[in-house]
Design a protein around this ligand. Structure first.
Ligand code: PGA
Length: 252
């Protein structure tokens, strides 16, 4: 039995002050919801404020990216240790915005995933095809390759702590959600591939989130698919009520 996990990816939104206000509104709404792991991923500059506001709650904190090196001359980057000591337990890796806008390669995603796992962070590894790739009928190959590369050289024990997020690029921030059937098809493919690369018991225990225009009115149907274990939520995570409704929809 996999515990559903819903994470809010705030992207480049929320100053420390706005973040604190959002968490204060959110916590009472989340309090009665049981058995869903909930995570907030604010920008780095708001991590401390969110950590403070979350103290005493079971909501987890995550970074939106990290560098694979421990420290050094990498202007603008943060390390796994920096995230951990800022209170993070999770880190989003390989988000399509990082891949497309900031040139993050599969190799970089692999290095980051290895370091995150070795450091004790739980990576949320994002994969997903573009619209052109879906139209060319190569979704399976594209997502399959991203998964193979992301987890290359990573042991079964380590992979068992990873979380995968399937986020079709054409569905992110567009209001165009994958249908539950489209999403389920790719989720089951990812699970099958993890079974081939590792073993079926591992594949059965890894959580696979769906992301891409998840809203309160479509979350329930998406999350009720057998291989969808919650979601990675962008736009709808910026409002307390809509995020809480999405978390509620993940209860099994
Ligand atoms: P969206 O973003 O919910 O705004 O589509 C999802 C994501 O990018 O993680």
């Amino acid at each position: 039995m996999r515990t559903p996990i819903v994470a809010g990816n705030w992207k480049m939104h929320m100053t420390a002050e706005a973040a604190e206000k959002l968490v204060d509104e959110l916590l009472p709404l989340l309090a009665p919801i049981q058995d869903v792991e909930t995570v907030l991923c604010p920008p780095f500059t708001s991590l401390q404020a969110v950590r403070r506001a979350l103290s005493g709650s079971s909501v987890g904190l995550g970074g939106q990216t990290m560098h694979w090196e421990k420290s050094g001359a990498f202007t603008g980057e943060v390390s796994a240790e920096m995230l951990l000591t800022s209170g993070c337990r999770y880190v989003i890796l390989g988000h399509s915005e990082r891949r497309i806008l900031f040139g993050e390669t599969d190799e970089a995603v692999n290095r980051k995933t290895r370091v995150a796992l070795a450091s004790g962070l739980l990576p949320i590894v994002c994969v997903g095809e573009s619209l052109q790739e879906r139209q060319a009928n190569i979704t399976q190959q594209v997502v399959g390759l991203q998964i193979r590369k992301a987890f290359e050289g990573i042991s079964l024990t380590e992979v068992s702590r990873a979380i995968v997020a399937y986020e079709p690029v054409w569905a992110i921030g567009t209001g165009q959600t994958a249908t539950p059937a489209q999403a389920q098809q790719v989720h089951s493919l990812i699970r099958g591939l993890l079974g081939e690369l590792y073993e079926s018991s591992l594949a059965g225990s890894v959580r696979i989130q769906y992301g891409g225009s998840v809203k309160p009115d479509n979350a329930g149907e998406l999350f009720s698919q057998p291989d969808i274990d919650g979601g990675l939520i962008g736009g709808a995570s910026l409002q307390a009520a809509s995020f809480a409704d999405i978390v509620k929809a993940a209860v099994r």
